[in-house]
Design a protein around this ligand. Structure first.
Ligand code: UDP
Ligand code: MG
Length: 332
């Protein structure tokens, strides 16, 4: 039996050594199974790669999967899970916020037959009133939208059995949220509450600015920004002409034209046509949005690109070939 640990790392130069030496390694020494530690360097811009390469020299169980640029945590997790060969895979963050001590509980539940063991935060945490209400509303909306499998507070800190990983590796969508997909997949789930700690060092990379930038980037790269603008213009025209039409009706026919504007049939008709043009623009933009999503999936680009020169000790030299169902080529 073998365990795989998958840890995405992005700009963690300040905290990684502390995380590895003080938090993770002592726990790894206690487990009775063989293990591999897959560190996915998600295009770090600081000295993270250098640091994890040095740490890898001290431990033959460490594998480094290095991306050619930043692809985001969700994709990094996916790549790590595809690379993993263990009978169970544990995913966790590299910043110490998800306590490695908990892995023993995860493993115990897995041995008892759990197929997805999920770390849940929140139960022991003190939240402000707004945060509490906000999270309640978020999950209520999610539920109303038909996403009923997500337990509030579920995190990416989890263990999945090999059977789950094999199915997960078959999923092909590009826009992905790892935990959401896993929740959707079913299987036998066990939940374990934990306290989300503080970062050992550095700043979380998912701040508002980055999320906003990410949104803008994806708009531009998919060329939907003009469509979105078009949609807004359409909405504006529709609403403005509707209001104007309503104003004419009331002013002319109900109030008896007190402003002496003298509306004619032609002007009413032209406002009606403007209203329809707005409606058409809006619906066109909505359809285009859907098509752009299909376009992104149909492009069939790989989810990520591996920088093999800086990767170390990998099980496979082409993780995407496995994903496409081809026979993976082993590194000699
Ligand atoms: N991370 C990553 N790619 C990114 C951003 C973050 O691999 O683009 C990693 C990061 O190094 C950490 C984990 O994902 O191990 C969680 O990131 P972060 O602490 O920024 O997120 P939060 O704790 O706010 O969920
Ligand atoms: Mg964090």
């Amino acid at each position: 039996m073998k365990l795989s640990f998958v840890i995405p790392v992005y700009n963690e130069e300040k905290g990684f050594r502390k995380f590895y030496n003080n938090l993770l390694l002592p726990e790894l020494k206690k487990i009775k199974y063989d293990y591999e530690l897959i560190l996915v360097n998600d295009g770090s811009k600081d000295k993270t790669l250098n640091i994890i390469q040095k740490v890898a020299k001290t431990d033959k169980n460490i594998k480094i999967l290095c991306f050619s640029r930043n692809f985001g945590k969700e994709v990094a997790l996916t790549a790590g899970i595809r690379e993993a060969v263990g009978d169970a895979i544990i995913t966790m963050d590299a910043d110490g916020q998800q306590p490695p001590k908990l892995i023993h509980d995860f493993i115990k539940k897995w041995e008892e037959g759990g197929e997805i063991i999920i770390g849940v935060r929140g139960k022991y945490e003190k939240h402000g009133f707004i945060a509490k209400i906000g999270s309640k509303i978020f999950y209520k909306i999610l539920n109303a939208m038909g996403v009923k499998d997500t337990v509030p507070g579920s995190t990416d800190f989890r263990l999945i059995d090999r059977c789950v990983a094999d199915e997960y590796n078959k999923l092909t969508e590009h826009g992905r949220i790892t935990r959401g997909l896993m929740d959707w997949m079913g299987f036998n789930k066990v939940y374990i509450d934990y306290i989300y700690g503080n970062r050992l060092a550095g700043k979380p990379s998912y701040n508002f600015r980055k999320l906003f930038q990410l949104a803008i980037d994806s708009f531009v790269s998919l060329s939907v920004t003009p469509l979105v603008v078009l949609g807004w213009i359409g909405c504006f025209i529709t609403i403005a002409s509707f209001i104007l039409g309503l104003f004419i009706l009331i002013e002319e026919f109900i109030m008896g034209d007190p402003l002496q504007l003298g509306w004619t049939g032609t002007s009413c008709l032209s406002i009606f046509i403007t209203f329809l043009v707005g409606l058409i623009l809006t619906s066109q933009a909505i359809i285009a949005l859907y098509i752009s999503h299909i376009h992104a999936e149909a492009q069939g680009r790989p989810l990520y690109i591996i920088d093999y020169k800086n990767s170390r000790n990998l099980n496979r030299d082409n993780t995407t070939s496995r994903h496409r169902g081809e026979e993976p080529r082993r590194l000699s």
